[in-house]
Design a protein. Structure first.
Length: 201
C-alpha cells in the first residue's frame, strides 16, 4: 500500500550546500510536507521544472554556475504558476527588493526558523493549489458538456442556468479547497434525493 505524499505536486529545493538541503528536507518532512525533490546543481533546475507540475521552489541565491538571482526571473517567466521562495544569507535590502520585483513569493534569511520555513512553504503550496483550481474551474465552466452527467440524472431540467450550476458543482467537487457552494450543494443533494425524479424548470 503506497503512502500519499503532500503536496500532490512536489516542492523543489535548490541549494548547492548539502547540509542546507538536508536540513530543509527534514524540517518540511517532519511537518507533513513529504513530496520533496532536492537539487544541488543550479544548471539542472530548468530541466527539472520542465518535467511536470511543481507546488513551489525554494531557491538559494549564492550558487556556482547559475545564481539564484539569474534563475529567479526565468522561473517566474516560464512557470508563473509556481511560487518561488528565496532562501539566502544575503541580508542586503537591495537584493531583497530586487527579488520581490523579479517575482519572488517570499524572501527568507538564513538561518531560517523551522516554523517560518514551514509556514512559507505551506502558504506557497496553498497559493499554487488555488491558482490551479481556479484555472480548472474556469476551463470547466467554459465547457459545453459535463464529464459525469450521470451524477445529475435525478434532476431533470432543460434550463441553461441549471446546467451551468451542474458544471460548477462538478468542477469544485474534486478540490480540497473551501468553496461557498460546497455546503449549498450538500443541502441540494440531500433535498433532491428525497424528491428523486422531480422535474425542475
Amino acid at each position: 500500500m503506497s503512502i500519499a505524499h503532500y503536496p500532490p505536486a512536489p516542492v523543489l529545493i535548490v541549494d548547492d550546500e548539502e547540509q542546507a538541503l538536508v536540513a530543509a528536507d527534514l524540517t518540511l518532512r517532519s511537518e507533513g510536507i513529504t513530496n520533496i525533490v532536492t537539487c544541488r546543481d543550479s544548471r539542472l533546475v530548468a530541466g527539472k521544472l520542465a518535467e511536470g507540475e511543481w507546488s513551489a521552489v525554494l531557491l538559494d541565491l549564492s550558487m556556482p554556475h547559475a545564481t539564484g538571482l539569474e534563475l529567479l526571473p526565468r522561473i517566474v517567466q516560464e512557470h508563473p504558476e509556481v511560487p518561488v521562495i528565496v532562501v539566502t544569507a544575503n541580508a542586503e535590502l537591495d537584493t531583497a527588493v530586487q527579488c520581490m520585483r523579479d517575482g519572488a513569493f517570499d524572501y527568507l534569511l538564513k538561518p531560517v526558523e523551522d516554523a517560518r520555513l514551514v509556514s512559507a512553504v505551506r502558504h506557497a503550496v496553498e497559493m499554487h493549489q488555488a491558482r490551479c483550481e481556479n484555472e480548472r474551474l474556469a476551463h470547466a465552466l467554459q465547457a459545453d458538456a459535463l464529464e459525469h452527467p450521470e451524477a445529475f440524472s435525478a434532476i431533470v431540467t432543460a434550463s441553461p442556468a441549471m446546467h451551468g450550476v451542474f458544471r460548477y458543482v462538478e468542477a469544485i467537487s474534486a478540490t480540497p479547497l473551501p468553496r461557498w457552494a460546497s455546503g449549498c450543494s450538500t443541502r441540494w443533494r440531500s433535498s433532491s434525493s428525497s424528491r428523486s425524479g422531480s422535474d425542475f424548470p
